[in-house]
Design a binder for this molecule. Sequence first.
Ligand code: NAP
Length: 251
Amino acid sequence: MTMSAPRTAIVTGAARGIGAATATRLAADGFAVAVVDLDETAAKATVDGFDGGPGLAVQADVSDAAAVDAAVARVAEELGAPTVLVNNAGITRDNLLFKMTESDWDAVMGVHLKGAFLMTKAVQKHMVEQQFGRVVNISSIAALGNRGQSNYSTAKVGLQGFTKTLAIELGKFGVTANCIAPGFIASEMTKATAERIGVDWEKFVEANAKQTPVQRVGEPADIANAVSFLVAEASGFVSGQVLYVAGGPVN
Ligand code: NAP
C-alpha cells in the first residue's frame, strides 16, 4: 500500500489476538501504530514484533474516560495526530439471560460500547483537523443473536448503529466509519469459550470449521486484512458498511 504521508493509527485491545494482528499489519502497511491495551507488557511485545514503522504501547482501559483522553493525547504527542482508529478491545461475560448479572451486562457495554464511544470522541478531533479519518469498529456475527450472549450481541449490534451514525456525521470531514463483523476466529477469546463450555479446543475448532463454507475457522490475520482495506487512502468511498468476515454468508 502506498500513502501520501505516514499516518498514525490506534488499535485498541491490541496486546493479543485480532488487535495484535491488526496493529502488526497496519505497521507493515506503513502506519505509525499505537497499541492500546490493559496489559502494557503484552502491548509492548506487540510493538516489538512490528516489521515496519514506529510503534507505541499505551496502557489504558478504554471504558475509562480520563485514561482514554490521556492515551490519545500521548499518541498525538509521541507518534503524531491519530487519524485511523480501530475499536477492537472486547470482553465476554457469557451466560443465559436468567443467570446473567447486572455486572456482566455493564462490563460488556462498558468495554465495547462506551469504550468505542470514548475512543472515537477523543480521536475524531484529530481526524476533523486533518480532514481525513478512518474508523473501524469490530462487531461480530453475534450481532445477529447468539445463545448465552444477550449482553455481547446487544453491544455488537449497537456498534453497527454507532458506525452508521459516525459515517453520516463525519463524512463531510473526510472521515469514513465501517464495521467488520468476524465469524469464529481462533484467539484467546474463543479458547475461553471452549473452556467454559467444556469442549476440547481442537474439537471446537474442527466443529466450527465444518459449519463454515470455506471449511476452516478464521485467523486474526483474516480480520487484519479486512481492516487494512478499509483504512486505506483509496477506500474513501466505502463508509457506513458492515463487512462480515466469516468464511461464508451469514444471516
Ligand atoms: P482477545 O484475544 O480476548 O483480545 C482482546 C484484547 O482486548 C485483550 O488484549 C484485552 O486485554 C483487551 N481488552 C479487554 N478489555 C479492555 C479494556 N477495557 N481496555 C483496553 N483493552 C482491553 O479477543 P479477540 O478474539 O482478539 O477479539 C478482538 C475483538 O474481536 C473483540 O472486540 C471481540 O469481541 C471481536 N470478535 C472476536 C471474535 C472471535 O471469534 N475471536 C469474533 C467476533 C468478534 P487483556 O488481555 O489485558 O484483558
